[in-house]
Structure formats: structure tokens, C-alpha cells
Write a protein that binds this ligand. Structure first.
Ligand SMILES: *[C@@H]1O[C@H](CO)[C@@H](O)[C@H](O)[C@H]1NC(C)=O
Ligand SMILES: *[C@@H]1O[C@H](CO)[C@@H](O)[C@H](O)[C@H]1NC(C)=O
Ligand SMILES: *[C@@H]1O[C@H](CO)[C@@H](O)[C@H](O)[C@H]1NC(C)=O
Ligand SMILES: *[C@@H]1O[C@H](CO)[C@@H](O)[C@H](O)[C@H]1NC(C)=O
Length: 834
């Protein structure tokens, strides 16, 4: 404030200041809003040092700007500061919340004037409208709920519409406030059977100030029937598990969802599958533990006619204890029967379809059938019509007929009958359990048999229940179909940490489950290996998949003749089948790969040249590398062995993350222009996985060596230069001189003044000695130049000499960095003079 007071007492008289801002603003929750505020200074520009802008929300300062800079005290406020000097003091508020509602003040000071404008901000949020849609029950009062969510401000009007006409009977609860300040409210309506018909449209309409038009959610009336739920329990012949069956029936429309609870806790369903359109099954594996002998198992059926699920609980009594102790697991099965809507006014006796139990590890087929709500003792008869071998009529077999004895009052748990009764038939076993609820009996009967191809190719099974005078029979056609194991991929290999090879192969979609898998390996003769096979049911069809695995020490693969083999036998096949993989098969994944040979572009005679090649992706680490040499123009390959001329460093094989190996091999050659001219080096790689070794040859390389000026000497009046070690032989030497002392123009010497002598060195390089007779007169003073041109030189070498003759003495100098250095006298001339 002190600051502002200072402005106010400044003596300059600036005429009127006008601040313009709307009195009120309105925005939606979550939006980004501009709070506009502009100002004008009459007859003047805005002068920066007289200007201050302040914004307030209620009494809190949220922005302050003056000639010292700006300060924003609100995390969601942004400003465009450039606008301030042009009379724009607007601020932007982003992510508007309900708490942003209130009065904002924009205060502008342009000393000595000041003016303030108030903006009142209203925030709104548009409601969500959602009817909990459900099917209504015919002839019954129905209640519907409409959820109105996340709106602001609180005032709202909810109306129920029946074919567009308002219903007055609805009740709305009192709105509740959410943490972000928005409101929610529920409204419900009770519909009388007399006022609704099929296909009527029911709507929930909401009027709220945040939206110009009414918001409506609506749906068409659908009638449904809630499910009735019954639970059965049975032990399946040959299994330690107990099956629990929850049958929901008589409902419409689809679907019904069933959940299982064990002692009130949701049960995980590790596997669920659907089959046959109207059956759903779920299994529950209960970890057997001493605390579990007594339990309540509940089945909940959820349906769109219901707000709450229909539930049925079965109390497992002590008589079941032994299943928990001995059984690996409890197996739950749930059944949802989409029976057509049945009349409730008659006797409810009904019989389910025949269903097939899927038991993963069973060699047997188990079919079951349930009957419910019989007031008398139901009698069950299973009949099997086996396919006849002589194509005429099938053989009919009555497998089981049972009459229930009156057992008096049975507690609302289970009694079993099958356990003590002997089986009627060796091939077929039947077991029947019943549940008494009130005075009605429900029965679950299972038929198990071991299927055989001949007998059960096409059978018809019937299950007949007789309840008093009512007889219901259900039939099922069943075919025992063998499925042959399919193989879609070759044996798969991988390498483990320890360097062992894991082989695996998947057999798919075979039936029945029983399969014999064997792994073996070896060179020539095969030895059995320990293996591990996992069999899982297919999700889509009644069949199984087997994944089999075995481990082989990696070292064994070093033999090129090594093979691994998986064989399998199955009822669906006439003989054995097998899959093999050898180290040399095309499916063997770890063959060595070779890169190009890397070598210098130019080899310099008299030095060492290095050739390198990278090899990777191979397993096991049994790599053989050989270097070979092919002479210019020849075809024959010569082995390169370590010597003074060739060095072959030992290769270092590296294990990569995927278990394979890699290495870089190299050859170091002492280069000679004589031997290396036109020659090629070849790297040959052998590995157990390769039939023929891999080879890579060096690309073209050139041999070149830079000429070296060994000496420039003089003898008598001649200048001699010795140039050495160059390769190839072509070289050009140019001698030239200045004509006059002062010109820089060089003129070449005539050939007659030059003599050269060419030689070759033992390493194949060349040497040349060139002499020039510069023609010397008294008082000669001239510059001479020697230029050497050769393909190994990027730029020619030039040497500048000075020849001076005064009276009798001739002196030769070389010009180096501006200094004149006397040339040595050549040995030859010394000899001559001696
Ligand atoms: C506004 O909200 C969005 C999403 O919640 C967030 O990413 C953004 O950073 C917020 N902006 C400000 C200025 O707080
Ligand atoms: C004032 O500045 C804001 C940005 O802060 C801009 O969006 C608005 O259009 C400007 N108003 C005028 C009248 O220039
Ligand atoms: C409205 O009904 C829903 C679902 O029945 C419930 O979760 C919610 O708490 C209810 N809200 C109010 C405000 O009563
Ligand atoms: C099962 O339910 C009955 C009756 O509701 C209850 O008394 C009993 O304690 C329950 N048993 C278990 C193991 O939860």
C-alpha cells in the first residue's frame, strides 16, 4: 500500500482514468475463464511508471502489478503482461472450481488516478442423469431409480415421464453434497401394474439452470421374470472333489450372473467357460485346510429384474468333512438354465437339460441332470442308446432306475444315496443326491462312463424323472470324438543361465486327455531324457493342449550329429509320431552370422595391416576360425599360419544376454608390396550347426606408400635428390628454376639436364635418385625447385633451393621456413674428388 500512496502524491496531473469490466460472469465447472477488465487513460498513453494493477477475490489479493514487476498469488490465474500497458488488465482463471464463486475486484491505478470494478462470478455444473434400467415384473408394482449426479447449484427439478406425461407420484431424496461442492440426488418412482404396458417409454427429466433445455434419460419398458435359484451338491464318481451346482431357472431376459461366496467371502473363479449356449460353469478350488470343515456356500444370482441378487446358501455339515480332509479341492459348478418363462400357478416340478461336466483330469465322461420341486419322491431312470455295429437299430440299455424310499424329515442339507449302493453296470456309474427344502425335493443325478471309440461314437442318453403322475425326460446326443494332437511349430529351443538348452514343443487340441510324451537325444542312438509336461484344457473346444519341456546340457550340441526328438502316443493315432531337431536343421536357431571383414582402405608396405571380422549369434561356443590367402589372379587358397609375417590374436568369445556367443577375430599382416599386391584374405568359420563353413573375403584394398625424400645433396655443380620407399612405382619429379633473380616464375629444366636412376627395395617399394645440372654462371643467384608427385601424396612435395655463385665458389642452400640451410655435399662427389 505504501507504494500506491507514493504514486498518489506524485505531482503530475493526469486526466481521468476509466476502468471497464462486466458486473457479472458465469461459467461451467472445470472451464477456463477470462475475467475481463480494461482501462483507458484520457488523452494520454499509459505510462508504465504510473501504472499499478491489483486484483482481489473477496478480500484476498490475487494479483499485484506495478513498476517493480508482477506477483500472482493464485495457482490457477494467468495473465498476459504485455496487455497491461495497452490498457488490458484481464486475468484468466483455469480449471474453475465451485469455490471460485464470489466477487472479484479489478483495481487500476494510473497515478494519481485510480478506479476499481467489481465482477461477481457464478459457477455452474451440468447434472448427469441416469435411470437404473431394469426389467419390470408383469402384474407387479415396479420401482425405478434415477440418479442425478454432480450438479451445481443445488436447486433442481426432477420429473418422471410416462410416454411423455409427467407422473406426480415420484419421491426425491434430499440432495447430498460431494467433496468438490457439487450435489447429487436420487429420485424413485413406483409404477402400478395398471398404468404400464409393453414398450412404454419411461423417462427421468431434470431441469437445472446450468443447461438451457431439460436433460432426459429414458428407456422402454421390458418385462422380465426373476430367476429362481436352487443349489445341489454331489460327489462325482472317481473324484475327490464335490460339485456344487447352482441352478438359476425360469428367468427372462438373459443373462443371469452368478457369483459364489464361501462363508460370505467372494470366491475367486480361476477359470470360467461357456458352452452350449445356456450353460455356464465355474470352478472353485478350495485350498484344503483344517479350518474349513464347516462352511456356508452361497450362490448369488444377479438379474435385471432385481436390485438385490437372489441367494441360496448351503451349509456344509460335518458329514462332508472327509472331502475337505482328503480332497484336493472343492469343485463348484454353476449352471444357468435359460428356461422359458414358466407358469407359477402350477406345480413347479421341472427337470434340467443333461449337461456334461468338464473335469480336467478325468478319463471319464460325467453327465448330469437335475430335477427340482417335486413334492413326492422322484424316480430317476438313465438310458443309453449305444451305436450299433450293424448299422440297424441301436442297442438300448437301461442303466439305472431308482426309487426313493421315504426317509422322513431330512435336514435342509444333503443326503446321498449313491455311495452305498453297488453299481448296476460295470461301465456306467450313477450317483444321485437329493436336497430337501421345506417339503419339496430336488435331485441331482450323475452318470459317468469311460468312453470308448467303438461304443460311444454316437450315443443318445436320456434322463427321466418321474414325480407323482408327472414324467419328464431329457435327452442328449453325445459323440465321443477323438482329436489328434496337432503340431504347429518345430521344437523350440532356448538357453538358460547355466548354459543348458531347454527344448519345448506344444501339442494342440487333442482328446481325450491321456497322452504319452517322451523326449530323447543323442548321436546315432537316442537316450531318454527327463521331461516335464503340462496339460491344459483348451478354452474354445473340448480338447487339451500339452506343453512338454526337457533340458539338455549345452555341451552335447558340439557334436554336429546331435539330434533331439520328442515322440508321442495318443488314442487318436495309429502309431507313434515324432518331431526331431538336429544341430544342422534349418530350424536350429543359433548358427553363426558373419559380418564383413573390416580392413584399412590402404595398406602401407613395411607396416602392419589389421583385418577384423565379427561373428555372432552362435551356440555352443565351438567355433573354428581359419584365415586363408588367395594370391593375385589365383584361385587356390593357402592357409595362413602364425609367423613373423602373420599374427593371429586369440579370439575371445563373449556370452550375450540371450545365451548365444559372439567374438571378433583378427589377422595382423606385415605388409609387403611384393606379396600383398592383388592378394585377398579369407576368414573361414566352422561350427557344428554348419554343413559348409562360412567364408568372407576381404574387399579390395590398395597398397600405397608415401615417397620420402631421403636427401638432397650437391656435388660439383649438380644437385641430387634421393626419394625412397614409395609405392607404386609411378612417380614424377620436376626440377625447375627462376630465370632471373627477381621473378618468381619457375621454368622447367630441359630433360637433358636431368638424369635419374630407379631401384626397387626388398619390401617391394621403390627408390629413385635424380640429379639436375642447374647450369651455373658467375654471379648466378637463382631459386630451384624440386616437385615430387605421387598417388600416395595428397599434395605434391616441393623443396626450394638457392644456388649462388660469386666469383669462384658455388654455394647451395635449401630454403626452409625462410632460412637458408647449406646443402650437404654428396658422398659420391666426395669420393670423386678424393
Ligand atoms: C487443470 O486441470 C488439468 C487436469 O486436471 C491439469 O492437467 C492442469 O494442469 C490444470 N491446470 C492448472 C492451471 O491447474
Ligand atoms: C485482454 O487480454 C486477454 C489475455 O489475457 C485476451 O484474451 C483478451 O482478448 C484481451 N482483451 C482485449 C479487449 O484485447
Ligand atoms: C442414490 O442411489 C445410488 C444407488 O442406489 C446410491 O449409491 C447413492 O448413494 C444414492 N445417492 C443418494 C444421494 O441417495
Ligand atoms: C453358516 O450359517 C449359519 C446360519 O446363518 C451360521 O450360524 C454359521 O455360523 C455359519 N457358518 C460358518 C462357518 O460361517
Amino acid at each position: 500500500m505504501q507504494q500506491i500512496c507514493l504514486f498518489l502524491i506524485l505531482p503530475w496531473a493526469v486526466l481521468g482514468l476509466e476502468v471497464i469490466a462486466p458486473p457479472s460472469q458465469q461459467t461451467l465447472l472445470g472451464s477456463t475463464l477470462l475475467l475481463p477488465c480494461t482501462f483507458r487513460v484520457e488523452n494520454s498513453q499509459v505510462i508504465s511508471k504510473f501504472l499499478a494493477i491489483l486484483w482481489y477475490f473477496g478480500d484476498t489479493e490475487i494479483l499485484r502489478y506495478d513498476n517493480k514487476g508482477k506477483e500472482i498469488i493464485h495457482s490457477r490465474v494467468t495473465v498476459d503482461e504485455k496487455g497491461f500497458l495497452q490498457g488490458n488488465a484481464s486475468i484468466t482463471l483455469s480449471n474453475v472450481t465451485i469455490s471460485d464463486e464470489g466477487t472479484y475486484r479489478c483495481l487500476v491505478i494510473h497515478s494519481p488516478s485510480k478506479q476499481e470494478k467489481k465482477i461477481s462470478l457464478k459457477v455452474q455444473a451440468v447434472p448427469g442423469v441416469h435411470i437404473i434400467k431394469k426389467a419390470l415384473i408383469k402384474q407387479k408394482e415396479g420401482s425405478l431409480q434415477c440418479l442425478v449426479t454432480d450438479y451445481y447449484p443445488q436447486a433442481i427439478k426432477v420429473t418422471w415421464l410416462l410416454n411423455g406425461n409427467a407422473l406426480t407420484r415420484s419421491t426425491s431424496g434430499s440432495p447430498r453434497q460431494n467433496v468438490d461442492g457439487t450435489f447429487r440426488v436420487n429420485s424413485s418412482v413406483t409404477l402400478l401394474p395398471s398404468e404400464i404396458q409393453d414398450n412404454m417409454v419411461i423417462g427421468c427429466q431434470v431441469q437445472h439452470e446450468s443447461y438451457p433445455r431439460p436433460l432426459i434419460d429414458s428407456f422402454k419398458v421390458v418385462y422380465g421374470v426373476p430367476p429362481s435359484v436352487q443349489m445341489f451338491s454331489s460327489k462325482v464318481e472317481g473324484h475327490s472333489e464335490t460339485i456344487f451346482v447352482c441352478e438359476a431357472s425360469g428367468f427372462s431376459p438373459e443373462p443371469v450372473q452368478i457369483k459364489w461366496l464361501l462363508n460370505g467371502m467372494k470366491v475367486e473363479e480361476p477359470r470360467t467357460s461357456e458352452g452350449g449356449g445356456f450353460i455356464k460353469r465355474s470352478y472353485y478350488w478350495n485350498p484344503s485346510g483344517p479350518g474349513n470343515q464347516l462352511a456356508n456356500i452361497t450362490c448369488e444370482a444377479y438379474h435385471e429384474t432385481l436390485y438385490q441378487p437372489v441367494t441360496e446358501t448351503l451349509q456344509i455339515t460335518k458329514s462332508y468333512r472327509h472331502y475337505y480332509w482328503t480332497g484336493v479341492a472343492i469343485l463348484f459348478i454353476l449352471l444357468v438354465l435359460l428356461c422359458s418363462v414358466i407358469s407359477t400357478s402350477h406345480q413347479n416340478f421341472q427337470v434340467s437339460h443333461i449337461h456334461k461336466l468338464m473335469l480336467d483330469d478325468s478319463e471319464k465322461v460325467t453327465l448330469f441332470c437335475t430335477a427340482s420341486d417335486c413334492s413326492k419322491q422322484p424316480q430317476v431312470t438313465w438310458t443309453v442308446m449305444e451305436a450299433s455295429e450293424t448299422k440297424s437299430k441301436g442297442k438300448r440299455k437301461v442303466i439305472w432306475t431308482e426309487n426313493w424310499q421315504d426317509k422322513g424329515s431330512v435336514p435342509a442339507s444333503l443326503t446321498q444315496s449313491g455311495e452305498s449302493d453297488p453299481l448296476l453296470n460295470e461301465e456306467y456309474t450313477v450317483r444321485t443326491d437329493r436336497l430337501e427344502v421345506g417339503r419339496l425335493l430336488s435331485v441331482l443325478s450323475t452318470l459317468s462312463f469311460k468312453p470308448a471309440v467303438q461304443k460311444h461314437k454316437n450315443i443318445e442318453v436320456s434322463c427321466q424323472f418321474v414325480c407323482g403322475w408327472k414324467k419328464i425326460e431329457k435327452k442328449l446326443k453325445y459323440s465321443y470324438i477323438l482329436r489328434e494332437p496337432q503340431v504347429s511349430q518345430p521344437i523350440k529351443l532356448s538357453i538358460n543361465e547355466a548354459g543348458d538348452v531347454l527344448c519345448s514343443l506344444v501339442l494342440q487340441e487333442f482328446y481325450p486327455r491321456q497322452i504319452r510324451i517322451r523326449w530323447s537325444c543323442g548321436v546315432g542312438c537316442y537316450q531318454d531324457l527327463e521331461s516335464n509336461t503340462k496339460i491344459n484344457p483348451c478354452s474354445s473346444i473340448q480338447a487339451f493342449n500339452a506343453e512338454s519341456e526337457c533340458k539338455i546340457p549345452g555341451q552335447l550340441l558340439k557334436d554336429p550329429g546331435f539330434r533331439m526328438r520328442m515322440t508321442w502316443e495318443h488314442e487318436s493315432m495309429t502309431g507313434l509320431e515324432q518331431q526331431e531337431l538336429s544341430v544342422q536343421d534349418k530350424d536350429f536357431p543359433w548358427r553363426p552370422q558373419m559380418g564383413e571383414i573390416i580392413n584399412p582402405d590402404t595398406l602401407i608396405p613395411g607396416t602392419e595391416g589389421k583385418f577384423q571380422c565379427k561373428i555372432w549369434g552362435y551356440f555352443p561356443d565351438a567355433l573354428e576360425v581359419k584365415w586363408l590367402r588367395r594370391e593375385a589372379g589365383g584361385q587356390e587358397l593357402f592357409s595362413v599360419s602364425p609367423s613373423e609375417k602373420y599374427k593371429i590374436p586369440e579370439m575371445e568369445q563373449k556370452r550375450e544376454a540371450d545365451g548365444t556367443f559372439s567374438c571378433t577375430v583378427s589377422l595382423i599382416v606385415s605388409v609387403s608390396a611384393i606379396t600383398e599386391k592383388g592378394a585377398k584374405f579369407i576368414c573361414r568359420v566352422g561350427h557344428p550347426s554348419l554343413g559348409e563353413p562360412l567364408e568372407t573375403s576381404t574387399g579390395d584394398f590398395s597398397l600405397r606408400r608415401i615417397p620420402v625424400i631421403r636427401s638432397i645433396t650437391h656435388s660439383n655443380d649438380k644437385v641430387t635428390a634421393e626419394i625412397d620407399q614409395f609405392y607404386p612405382q609411378d612417380i614424377e619429379l620436376v626440377w625447375s628454376r627462376t630465370k632471373h633473380r627477381k621473378t618468381n616464375k619457375y621454368v622447367e629444366y630441359e630433360a637433358s639436364r636431368i638424369s635419374t636412376e630407379s631401384n626397387s627395395n626388398s619390401d617391394g617399394t621403390y627408390r629413385i635418385i635424380s640429379s639436375c645440372d642447374p647450369k651455373i654462371y658467375t654471379f648466378t643467384h637463382k631459386h630451384m625447385k624440386l616437385r615430387v608427385e605421387h598417388e600416395a601424396l595428397e599434395t605434391p612435395i616441393e623443396r626450394t633451393l638457392i644456388v649462388k655463385k660469386e666469383l669462384s665458389s658455388v654455394k647451395f642452400f635449401e630454403l626452409q621456413d625462410g632460412r637458408e640451410i647449406p646443402l650437404a655435399e654428396s658422398q659420391q662427389s666426395n669420393k670423386k674428388t678424393q
